[in-house]
Structure formats: structure tokens, C-alpha cells
Design a protein around this ligand. Sequence first.
Ligand code: MG
Length: 283
Amino acid sequence: MNVGVLIDMDGVIYRSHDLIPGADRFVKMLKDRDIPFLFLTNNSQRTRRDVATKLSRMGIEVEEKHVFTCAIATARFLALQNSRATAYVIGEGGLLNAMHRHGFSIVDHDPDYVVVGEGRAFTLEMLEKAVHMIMNGAKLIATNLDPSCPTDRGIRPGCGAAIAYLETTTGKKAFSVGKPSPVMMRAARKQLGLSTSQTVMIGDTMETDILGGVQMGYRTVLVLSGGTRREDLAGYAFRPDLVVNSVADLCDDALFNHDILPPGDPQDDTVGDLEAWRLANAK
Ligand SMILES: [Mg+2]
């Protein structure tokens, strides 16, 4: 095993309910070549099984073990920090399920944590209740800080919007676990048993996928099939190692050949020499 890949989903594998052409071929190639992979999503609404089912209906057969959500990353992180803790949860099934599985008691009074995901089912009364809890000492935890979520009809408020509401009201800063937080980025790599130099992050969003990968020293691949255009790159102080139109471009056998992605050194857990890698692969 030389490399493994962490793959964002929305804008990379599908857009809303539509498969991005070639995404199924790409995942099949990973499986055929025994390249370890993990889908990494900042959507906390769905459980791993929900995600696997959604992908299956689009013709991509993966197992639950191939899915890592910010809800799981959050629950796991908090359980390590404080086992036997209590939480008030503003979120949906994926987040509640992950919190229960990691041993949390879900309460609506005097919690250790207020944990926030995105969703369409919560009310201003719930946010007000959370404000009181935070002012009484509960820690504010964000599953992610994405300002909005893409939908068929445009965007709707994301977890970051609810967090901004709570932060503005209370004057307290949330701790966020989802991409680009190193907490989630590192946990995903560890789950695949990879070293830093063996890890490739593929995503469509500079602020989460690419920044998260850059901070960890992973190789980063930006796909233009989602929310980022090539001309947007000029506005960022960091850049991906590779830019492709979509994951269909990565089905080209050459990508995982040593010429383009040299094998990572399993002993090397430091930030690799990405500049040398970039120069070696410059067109
Ligand atoms: Mg995305």
C-alpha cells in the first residue's frame, strides 16, 4: 500500500442527487487497485449507513466502514475528552446516533456540552435553550463551521450559521471538529492506517477539504466539479497540489503511478516535501 485517499462527497462524487460523471468509475478503480479510501463529509445529518445507502442508489457500492462523518468525529473526540459526559444536541439522526454510540447521555438540562450540527428541524426555542446552557457553563461544540449547505434550489443555512447565532448571542467561541479541523483530518488518516506522506485529500472546497489537507501536510487534489472555479484559486494563500476537472480525470491510470503520486514513506510521519513533488509533476 503506497497511498490512500480521503474523499469529500458533495461536489466530488455527487451534486445533490446526481452522480458526477465518472465518480463510479473512480471508486471502482480504487477498489480494484486495493487503494484504501474513506469518504469524509461535514454533513452530520446522516448516519454512515444512510450515506452508504445514498451512494448505493447512485451505483457506488461501499460499506459503512468507508464513511466518516463530522458527527462521528465529534462524538469520538468528545468521548476521549470526557467519557460519561452529557450533551444537549441540536441536530439530526446522524449526530444523535453518533453521540449515543459513544456513550453520551442526551439531556435537555444542565449538559456538559451543547453540540450543534446542521438540520432543518430545530427551532429558535432550542437555540434559546442552548444560549442559557452555554451561559451556565456548557461548552459549545460545532460539528463543522460550513456557513451553508447546497440544495436543489440553492443553499440553506449550515451548521456554521447556527453556531454564529449562538456565538454572537453568548460571546463564547465554539470548538469545531469537522473539516478543516486537524481533529477530523487526523482521525480519518489514522482510520486508514496511513502515514502523513501516504495520505491524499480530494475535495471541491478550499476552506475545508484543501485547507484541512494542507495543514496536515497531506497531498491535496482540488476538483472543479463542485463549488470552486479555477480562477478562485488566486484569492487563497494556500493551494492544492493538483487541480483536476473532476474525479473522472483521476481514473487515468497514470495518476496513481509512481510518476504522479510517488509512494509515501510509511515511516515518514512529517510534512513531506510537497514543493519538490509539485515541481516534479509540473506540466
Ligand atoms: Mg464538497
